[in-house]
Design a binder for this molecule. Structure first.
Ligand code: GTP
Length: 595
């Protein structure tokens, strides 16, 4: 155990975590340079394309320093806010962390929020300034920022480059010399912390864990404490480039277990594995049930595809337990599902996976947060869809989820960012200068305001020089009302939103304007109206047109005509017939794109 080092890498998106991890794997000959795939740790296609580490993974390296052999376990952490709970569990499995800061960018919001978590878990922090090969590196300035943030000595900050390999040896030495070996009691009852799980179509669900106390052997009868389910450890082992089976894993080790688990719901990140006989009494602290915070309707474009969509969702859920769904029907869209996601990025990823992996053509409705409705009779209902709200007459009050938001930006943008946050119902809690021209702003804000266009606006105001992170803080009462949209007099349930009273009129007007842009002209006038209850608060009209797409090709050219018609048909694919109006997919998300 004294020669084990468990560490993770914390970094803001794009600061070079994956690239540097690859260099570590190469330098320790865990992968040979020749067959090193770019970014070994990001093995999902989608991850690679987006350059975001979505799921955390772990990998073991051997390294010899001064004649002594060490086992280094790198536990990878996802970098996006939607997955922050997974980050917290990965961090809990480590004793040290590399804090990677891009030397051209300096410290950003996620650097800080992940760092706070690492410090909370008493991890030893090794600061690394990456991308030192770039001409616009600002090492002195960034060093000042790092020292301001974590203290320590200037010479302890390692200057590195994932591109040239500069500093990689220093990093490995620092990991061995500074990160403490895991502490734990070999004699205590077994306690393993699950920090991740993956779905494998041949092996079922594979759980990744760290042995906190005791030891686990192949064949052991074990229990997952949060679910209470029991299994036999058919296979245990360590994670190298592939899984390598072992007979026993001891205190401090990081590894995997395969035990005939069929669905991801049975394995909860943060749960504790122990023995059925003489197991531990207490779970490892900090376990949380992850809850979806963003909900949206997902409907097949062709109603015949409903069962296929259900099958696809079930498959997706096998390896993504944080996705939830339940059947739902909409007068406008027919039969579909109300899905719960961790956040907006998670929602986009699921939508893309449905399209790519399952070839499912779907319409997604405007996302919303979960609401807690208190009725006058004293009941409490959790509502995941604005159109599912009880009648206003029976509602006593509605609570919505709040977050603590952290924004880091250059001081020149503070004014505009504060105006933005104010318009999003944010309350400033703290303002704090990190350096002379970089400031950290902390806000209490309704989550619903972030779900809409907050992030895009923040980026455009700050010309990209603002980073943002948040965590949930619970529910709070708010003056919320339902805004309905009517097309030719018919209310379209899939376009209903729940919004703050003060914004209702403006939003209603802008929704109508936006929908007017998005709904194509048809052979009759289309009235677009926004309503609160029975009161119409805004109206726009899409004028009728008679359009013959083939009119442009004079006479003869049949094949050209056919092509045009095909094209028109394709364009129609992402359209949904609502009453007598054809509505494009984009319109269902209109509220997200209001300027
Ligand atoms: P996420 O997984 O999205 O959090 O990103 P990451 O932090 O893993 O960053 P990644 O390793 O994907 O690097 C982001 C970009 O920076 C890529 O285009 C890399 O090629 C580039 N990059 C990473 N390290 C260096 C470096 O040391 N020097 C230079 N010049 N470019 C680098």
């Amino acid at each position: 155990m004294k020669n084990i080092r468990n560490f993770c890498i914390i970094a803001h998106i794009d600061h070079g975590k994956s690239t540097l991890a690859d260099r570590l794997l190469e330098f320790t000959s865990t992968v040979s340079e020749r067959d090193a795939q770019e970014q070994v740790l990001d093995n999902m296609d989608l991850e690679r394309e987006r350059g975001i580490t979505i799921k955390s993974h772990a990998i073991q390296m051997d390294y010899e320093l001064d004649g002594e052999k060490y086992v280094l376990n790198l536990i990878d952490t996802p970098g996006h806010v939607d997955f922050s709970y997974e980050v917290s569990r990965s961090i809990a499995a480590c004793e040290g962390a590399l804090l990677i800061v891009d030397s051209t960018q300096g410290i950003q919001a996620q650097t800080i929020s992940n760092l706070y978590q690492a410090i909370e878990h008493d991890l030893h922090i090794i600061p690394v300034m990456n991308k030192m090969d770039l001409p616009n590196a600002m090492p002195d300035e960034v060093e000042d920022q790092i020292l301001d943030l974590i203290g320590g000595e200037r010479e302890d900050i390692i200057r590195a480059s994932g591109k040239t390999g500069q500093g990689v040896e220093d990093i490995l030495r620092a990991i061995i010399e500074k990160v403490p070996a895991p502490v734990g009691e070999a004699e205590e009852p077994l306690q393993c912390l699950i920090f991740d799980s993956v779905f494998n179509s041949f092996r079922g669900i594979i759980a990744y864990f760290k042995v906190v106390n005791g030891e686990i052997r192949k064949g052991d009868h074990v229990k997952f404490m949060a679910t209470g389910k029991e299994y036999y450890a058919d296979e245990i082992g360590v994670l190298r480039l592939d899984m390598e089976p072992r007979k026993v894993l001891k205190t401090g080790d990081v590894g995997y277990i395969i035990s005939g688990i069929k669905t991801s719901k049975e394995v909860k990140v943060g749960d504790t594995i122990t023995h059925v006989k003489e197991g531990c009494k207490q779970r490892i602290e900090g376990f949380e049930e992850v809850k979806p915070m963003v909900f949206a309707g997902v409907y097949p474009i062709e109603s015949d595809d409903y069962e296929d969509l259900r099958a696809s969702m079930e498959k997706l859920q096998l390896n993504d337990a944080s996705l939830t769904f339940e059947p739902e029907s909409s007068a406008a869209l027919g039969f579909g599902f109300r899905c719960g996601f961790l956040g907006m990025l998670h929602m986009e990823i699921i939508q893309e996976r449905l399209d790519r992996e399952f070839d499912m053509n779907v319409i997604t409705t405007v996302p919303n947060v979960p609401y807690i409705v208190h009725t006058k009779k004293g009941e409490e209902l959790e509502v995941h869809n604005p159109s599912g709200l009880p009648e206003p007459t029976v509602v006593d009050r509605i609570d919505e989820p709040y977050i603590h938001a952290q924004i880091i930006t250059k001081s020149e943008f503070i004014g505009q960012i504060m105006t933005l946050c104010l318009s999003k119902r944010g309350e400033l809690i703290k303002q704090h200068y990190l350096t002379a021209d970089r400031v950290e702003l902390n806000y209490n804000m309704p989550l619903a305001e972030i779900v809409f266009d907050f992030y895009d606006k923040l980026k455009s105001i700050s010309k990209g020089y603002a980073s943002f992170d948040y965590y949930s803080t619970g529910f709070k009462a708010a003056k919320l009302i339902k805004l309905d949209i009517l097309l030719n007099g018919e209310s379209v349930d899939a376009l209903s939103t729940l919004i703050h009273f003060d914004n209702a009129y403006t939003l209603g007007r802008r929704m109508c304007e936006k929908l007017k842009e998005l709904i194509p002209r048809q052979q009759f006038d289309i009235a677009i109206q926004a309503a609160i209850g029975t009161k119409i608060i805004a109206r726009e009209t899409v004028k009728a047109v008679r359009k013959d797409v083939t009119a442009k090709c004079y006479g003869g050219d049949i094949s050209r005509k056919r092509k045009l018609l095909e094209k028109q048909k394709k364009g129609k694919k992402r359209m949904k017939q609502v009453g007598n109006v054809e509505v494009p997919q984009k319109a269902f998300l209109a509220v997200l794109k209001l300027d």
